[in-house]
Write a protein that binds this ligand. Sequence first.
Ligand code: CO
Ligand code: ZN
Length: 330
Amino acid sequence: MKDLIKKVTEAFGPSGAEGSVREVIRKEIEPYVDEIRVDALGNLIALKKGKGGKKVILDGHMDEIGLMVTHIDDKGFLRFGNIGGVNPFVALGQRVYFENGTMGVIGSERVDDPKDLKLEKLFIDIGAKSKEEAAAKVNVGDSCAFYQPFVDLGDRVVAKAMDDRIACVVIIEVLKRLKDAPHDIYAVFATQEEVGLRGARAAAYGITPDVGIAFDVTRTGDTPKARTMEVSLGGGAAIKVKDSSVIAHPALKNYMVKVAKEKGIKYQMEVLEAGGTDTSAIQMTKAGIPAGCISIPCRYIHSPCEMVDMGDVEACVLLAKALCESSLEF
Ligand code: CO
Ligand code: ZN
C-alpha cells in the first residue's frame, strides 16, 4: 500500500484542479469496477455492482489545500489567496509547485511581531526577475500545492495531501479486495471538499444512496501538549460520532462499532471539535441519507507533513470492507 500512498499523495490536486489525481485513481481502479464516470463537478464515480442489495456510497475527497495566485507584481513576486485552510505559520518557508511544473518558495514581508504574520504578508517567489518573466510561467487564477515528497518512517508514513488522499487509498483498496459484495458500491472520489464539501453534495444527489460512508482524516490528541482529543495515532480506525458539520447517523455509527467488534478490527471513537467532512453533505441530500464516517487518524493536518499509521490505514480498509460485505441493516 505504501507505493500507492506515495503515488496518490504526490499527485497534484488543489480544490478545483483535481484532474491529475483523478487520472491516477482512475488507472488504479479501472480493473476492479463495472462502471466509471466523471460528473460535471469533476467527481470520479465508480460503481462496483452487487446483488440487488443497497446503494452505498464510499466517499473520499481528491482535492488538497493549496494557494491561488491573485496578483503578479512588477518584480515578479506572486501574491496569493488560500484554497481551504492554510495557516501562514505552516506556509512560510515552504516550497510550492504548479501543475505545469513551475516551482516556487514562500517568503514574507518584514513582520516584527509573529502575531502579525498573515497570509497577505506572504508571497511566492518563482525565481522570476520581472513581471513578464513570471507571467510567462504562471497566470492569475493558477493554483499551486505544497511540494514535499512522501517519506516512509516504517509503521508511519508522512506526505502532503494525506488529507484526503489516504482516504482515496482506503477506498481503492476496498475496491481491489472486495469480491461478491451484496450491495452496489459507489466509490465517489470527490472534488472541492476543502472549499465547502461541494463535490460530494452533487455526487450524493446524483446517486441518492441508501447509505453513505465518508472517509477523511481526523486529528489526534497524542502529541506534546496537544489539545485534548481521544483519538491517537495507532489506535485504530476512528468511528465518527460528531464533527462541526455533522452528527453521524446514530444507528449506523453503532452498527460500525458492532461490525468492528465482531471482526476484531481495532477502532476508537472520534469526536472532532473543529472541522467538517463530506459526511454532512451526503447526510443532507434530498430528504436525508443515513450517513457516517470512518476517519483515519492523522497528525499535522493541513501541513505538508501529514502523518498516518499504516496499522490504522489497514484497520480502516478492513472495517470498510466488512461493512460493504455485511447486511447494512441497522
Ligand atoms: Co482538509
Ligand atoms: Zn479532508
